[in-house]
Design a protein around this ligand. Structure first.
Ligand code: SF4
Length: 368
């Protein structure tokens, strides 16, 4: 295969095959920058010069989890030290704190608590909506939907319809990790299998519930697995158009069982991080938005990912215990003024967006 012709075809609008994407992911040496540069060109055409971010806050309501995935240091058993599950008052306190920070989005990120049924998920939504009726709630993964349905004797469709009525704005495309069952059997054996993740996501899109799409890379998967995953996302997007963006999540290894037991390497390298962003931009020709997770990459590499096909800097977050517990530092809050410095420095413009990527009316960089 010829690198230059694959890249010029991709820039001209040719849809990459899985083999071509895999070839691009294997690039080494200065050719890496050629792939990133082509992805940057496509980004400019598809998403323009603006870099967006959302003013959001993560709320962790429980770290008790039935899945105990090997790549995660956040989830734990109810009897483990540090296990918690917030009651109504604590949830409302956290919501009020988020409101004080002028967020437009609240993101609920918790373990899949074995005790939670559909009624409990709906109750949580009502607690959040009580104090923050106008804030977009981005919450729950297909795995949580599946768990809620099984616990309550409902279908996943019934659960999501009820969640939507209770104020769910969008569903999280998390629990995807790598959509290859051989890999899932190692990194997250208790989570929904690939086919079920795909079915629930398609069902959500069919109900008019948008979702993000994620990929958690850098643990046990091969480049072919990464491409197989992206291919599933591209196929769903062709059919439904329901994904708002791709969120690449680089595996944070330090405190995770997979790494400590020698079953996964120390995460992706910088080359792999940039190439994953660039190849996602080139391969996912039906996605407008490719995000950079500054909490996973660090601010400096995140800036380089913005030159490799990405157009969105995710959110302010204010807290990210999932990354923190895995060993990341500085993953909690990124001040929009710092985002602006990063973005200006590469000749682009920062704009605050809402969850659906419409630009916010008020562009003043609000402070914590
Ligand atoms: S990744 Fe999610 S589902 Fe897996 S152990 Fe962590 S919190 Fe639980």
């Amino acid at each position: 295969m010829n690198l230059r012709s694959i890249l010029s075809d991709a820039v001209a609008g040719h849809r990459l095959s899985q083999q071509e994407a895999q070839f691009l992911l294997s690039t080494r040496g200065r050719a890496v920058f050629e792939v990133c540069s082509a992805a940057d060109q496509v980004r400019e055409e598809r998403a323009g010069p603006v870099v967006t971010y959302v003013r959001n806050q993560n709320l962790h309501l429980s770290n008790i989890c039935k899945n105990l995935c090997g790549f995660c240091a956040f989830g734990r058993k109810a009897t483990d030290p540090g296990a918690f599950c917030d009651d109504r008052d604590t949830v409302r306190q956290k919501v009020r704190l988020a409101l004080g920070r002028n967020v437009s989005e609240i993101c609920l990120l918790s373990g899949v608590n074995p005790e939670f049924d559909a009624a409990r998920y709906l109750e949580i939504l009502s607690w959040v909506k009580e104090d923050a009726p106008g804030v977009h709630v981005h919450a729950f993964s297909p795995d949580e939907v599946s768990h809620a349905a099984a616990r309550s004797g409902l279908t996943t469709r019934e659960v999501m319809e009820a969640m939507k009525r209770a104020g769910l704005g969008s569903l999280q495309g998390t629990a995807a990790e790598i959509l290859v069952d051989r890999v899932r059997a190692v990194i997250c054996p208790a989570k929904v299998p690939t086919a079920e993740w795909v079915r629930i996501i398609r069902e959500a899109h069919g109900l008019g519930i948008p979702t993000t799409a994620t990929i958690m890379y850098g643990s046990c998967e091969t480049p072919a697995d990464r491409v197989a995953h992206l291919s599933i996302l591209r196929e769903i997007q062709d059919d439904t158009g329901g994904f708002t963006e791709l969120v690449p999540l680089s595996y944070l290894h330090q405190n995770t069982r997979l790494f400590l037991e020698g079953r996964a390497p120390a995460g992706a390298t910088g080359r792999e991080d940039l190439l994953l962003t660039a190849v996602s931009r080139l391969f996912l020709d039906n996605f407008r938005n490719i995000q950079v997770s500054w909490g996973k990459l660090g601010v400096k590499l995140a800036q380089m990912a913005l030159l490799s096909g990405a157009n969105d800097l995710a959110g302010t977050m204010f807290s990210d215990d999932v990354s923190g517990d895995a060993g990341a530092s500085g993953a909690e809050f990124l001040d929009p003024r710092e985002m602006e410095r990063m973005v200006k420095d590469i000749g682009r413009v920062l704009r605050r967006r809402l969850t659906d990527y419409t630009l916010a009316d008020d562009q003043s960089p609000a402070q914590e």
